[in-house]
Structure formats: C-alpha cells, structure tokens
Write a protein that binds this ligand. Sequence first.
Ligand code: AMP
Ligand code: ZN
Length: 136
Amino acid sequence: MDSNCIFCKILNNEIPSKKIYEDGDFLAMLDIAPATKGHVLIVPKEHATTMSDLSDEKLSKILILAKKIIEAMKKVHGFTDYNIIQNNGRLAGQTVAHYHLHLIPRYSVDEVSLWSPHEDDPSVTEEMAEQVRKYL
Ligand code: AMP
Ligand code: ZN
C-alpha cells in the first residue's frame, strides 16, 4: 500500500468507488471518467506502478479475469468489440501510478482514438530485432 496512491485508497475503502468485482488479488470498478459507456478498470491489490513492477503471478491472472468481466459487460451493454489498454509511465498516458488494465467497450459511434500508423520506417532494421533477441 502507498498512502499517496488514489487506487490504494480505494482498495482501503478510504474513498468510494463503483465496484463490480473483488477477490483476494484484484478489484474491478467503473472508471470515473469513462472513455465509453461501461469502461472498467481492473486494479491489482498489490501496489505496483507499471507492468514491469507487477508480479508475474498477478500478471498471469489479470487477462483471464479481464475476459470474464468483458463477457459480463457484453451482456449488460450489448457491445461485441472492445479494447484492452494498459498505460505504463507518464509518456504513455499513465495518470494513476498504480498498475491498472482498462476494459473499454467500443460502439459504432464513440470518441476513442488510438495511435495513427506511420509509413514503413527504414531505420528499423533486422539488426534491431537481433539486438532485442539477445536479451530474451
Ligand atoms: P491511466 O491514464 O491509464 O493512468 O488511467 C487512469 C484512469 O483512472 C482514468 O481513466 C481515470 O478516469 C481513472 N480514475 C481516476 N480516478 C478514479 C477514481 N477515483 N475512480 C475510478 N476511476 C478513476
Ligand atoms: Zn497504489
């Protein structure tokens, strides 16, 4: 627990939230400023800032829970398409420094915009792929 962290305060019941699911490892709640109708956040009870800090144990469980919650959300909101988004660090758009996964329903008309693709980049070489492979 981090006493300055808003999600730790929610987990600690110090501030209210619209909870939809809770178990020993995670809490899922409605986002206070939803990207689309039904937007849910899954928050691990363990305080970790980014994916790099979260335990492999929690990381391996969270997508399975996301799938379960998405299927329940589909029944309520009637969507079929959705984004699973997770921001790591300020430059990536992370505003709450406690790891969380966004479950965002998509509708035929909504205002979510993701990245725009660019032209093929000639500076991205096979050597770069090899450099990364060396660390794996
Ligand atoms: P991110 O930008 O990936 O860090 O996402 C943070 C998300 O947390 C945003 O979508 C906020 O709307 C949401 N959020 C912030 N405070 C609260 C809160 N008290 N209850 C529910 N969601 C929150
Ligand atoms: Zn926290």
